[in-house]
Design a protein around this ligand. Structure first.
Ligand SMILES: *[C@@H]1O[C@H](CO)[C@@H](O)[C@H](O)[C@H]1NC(C)=O
Ligand SMILES: *[C@@H]1O[C@H](CO)[C@@H](O)[C@H](O)[C@H]1NC(C)=O
Ligand SMILES: *[C@@H]1O[C@H](CO)[C@@H](O)[C@H](O)[C@H]1NC(C)=O
Ligand SMILES: *[C@@H]1O[C@H](CO)[C@@H](O)[C@H](O)[C@H]1NC(C)=O
Ligand SMILES: *[C@@H]1O[C@H](CO)[C@@H](O)[C@H](O)[C@H]1NC(C)=O
Ligand SMILES: *[C@@H]1O[C@H](CO)[C@@H](O)[C@H](O)[C@H]1NC(C)=O
Length: 379
């Protein structure tokens, strides 16, 4: 999984040397490792290509239940690694269920507080949609796989293990202070690792997440369905208790790509530009990134902040809590405080407001057009 071409060493070093005071922990001479936890999909591979492009060794990939049940997500991870000869990166199944939440609880909450535009794995079961194209949602068996959703190809590789949280703990103990935990799906696995080993969080390098919008309620009403959709987020809401455990744990740093994740939108023009170089990844991105709509580069923004913290052009240090009151319309959403007014048992995080959007596009384009493969990583 390591690679050491001159270009990649240069990229890794340049990313670190320019590190801003926003991330004083970045050490140019130290090898960087990451574990990528996400709700993977046919066009969801860009974050792992970006990490490899930055010279980060991906120790493993974990799946979480957020957009769909974790097993289906793990299969998408396996498939999208396979199409680019990246099957040397192991995939670990995450927890199937959030800490407490269930489809029934979530749907009962929605009947009181209103439905989410995107309900992810907890959308009502629809047999027709699953037979035709959809990833599984709700239903009796969360471990079922719906083959029609594998437009990238059905995986021929199997997962390396069944316990993502244990894998995360093992790796931060192996490389203390060097492993970045990236989570762009639900925080369930991270929460379990935090509770299984009370040194886990402090032994990691950092936690970087996608999710955690603040003060976007009015934007949900500012026009169309898309505005309601991109200003609400299933990642934290599908597991409010897990989110709270993870975001109050003593990671040396927590970086939140919340509102900023909506800054840079995908466009047909940009998809066409990336597809000027043809390979299996640029083809999948071109076909499926905007299959439903032109969404922002959510998970890519979080990965860019991990791979190169200098992309952060404005952020605040805020104390953060997650609303875990089931009766609240804000259940599973974050609330931020300044130091003087914070409640007990919360911690500060880096809440990013803006990034260098052109730099994000450059990073995405380069990683998709010239993806690393296992042959590069072994070299
Ligand atoms: C950077 O990492 C190297 C290798 O682990 C270590 O020897 C060095 O002390 C670190 N430097 C700083 C400033 O932390
Ligand atoms: C798995 O192998 C089959 C048969 O060769 C192929 O059609 C499919 O695309 C492969 N899956 C992936 C994800 O590459
Ligand atoms: C994957 O490896 C095969 C066999 O070495 C090669 O033919 C193919 O071009 C590679 N694909 C990618 C995307 O690197
Ligand atoms: C189930 O999915 C199908 C296919 O997308 C759709 O036509 C139908 O309206 C859905 N049913 C419900 C109850 O949402
Ligand atoms: C940084 O973002 C905050 C929050 O949006 C804003 O109040 C502040 O003016 C911004 N700072 C700069 C230098 O743009
Ligand atoms: C964040 O919290 C840490 C640990 O309590 C503290 O050392 C640090 O000064 C805080 N940072 C800011 C900017 O408040």
């Amino acid at each position: 999984m390591q690679f050491s071409t001159l270009a990649s060493v240069f990229l890794a070093l340049s990313g670190s040397i320019q590190a801003s005071p926003l991330n004083p922990r970045t050490n140019a001479t130290e090898k960087r490792y990451a574990i990528l936890d996400n709700d993977w999909s046919p066009a969801g591979f860009i974050p792992f290509l970006m990490a490899l492009d930055a010279g980060i060794e991906i120790l493993g990939i974990a799946s979480s239940t957020a957009n769909t049940w974790q097993k289906q997500g793990a299969y998408h991870a396996l498939a999208t690694l396979e199409v680019g000869n990246l099957s040397c990166i192991p995939v670990y199944y995450g927890a199937t269920h959030p800490i407490i939440n269930t489809p029934e609880l979530f749907q009962a909450w929605e009947s009181v507080h209103g439905v989410l535009p995107w309900e992810g794995a907890f959308k009502k079961f629809n047999a027709t949609a699953e037979a035709l194209f959809s990833d599984p949602t709700s239903g009796d068996d969360p471990n079922r796989i719906t083959p029609a959703a594998f437009v990238e190809g059905f995986p021929n590789i199997t997962a390396a293990g069944t316990n993502a949280a244990a894998f995360m703990i093992e790796q931060v103990r192996k490389y203390p202070g060097q492993v970045s935990i990236y989570c762009a799906g639900a925080l369930t696995n991270v929460a379990l690792a935090v509770r299984m080993d009370d040194q886990f969080a402090s032994l990691a390098k950092e936690l970087v997440i996608m999710g955690g919008y603040v003060d976007v309620n009015l934007l949900q009403t500012s026009g169309d369905y898309l505005q309601a959709d991109i200003n609400s987020d299933i990642n934290l809401m599908i597991d409010p208790e897990g989110s709270k455990i993870a975001l109050t744990a003593d990671f040396p740093d927590i970086v939140i790509a919340g509102n900023v994740a909506n800054q840079v939108m995908s466009t047909q023009e940009f998809l066409d530009e990336v597809y000027e170089v043809k390979n299996p990844y640029s083809e999948l991105m071109h076909k499926y990134y905007a299959a439903e709509a032109f969404f922002p580069f959510w998970d890519e923004t979080a990965m860019a902040l991990l791979a190169d913290p200098t992309i952060n052009t404005n952020s605040s240090t805020v104390y953060i809590d997650v609303d875990t009151a089931y009766g609240s319309p804000r259940y599973g959403n974050i609330h931020v405080y300044q130091s003087d007014f914070k409640p007990p048992n919360v911690r500060n995080v880096t809440y990013v407001h803006t990034i260098d959007g052109d730099k994000l596009k450059t990073m995405i384009k380069r990683s998709v057009q010239y993806p690393k493969s296992c042959a590069d990583l072994a070299a």
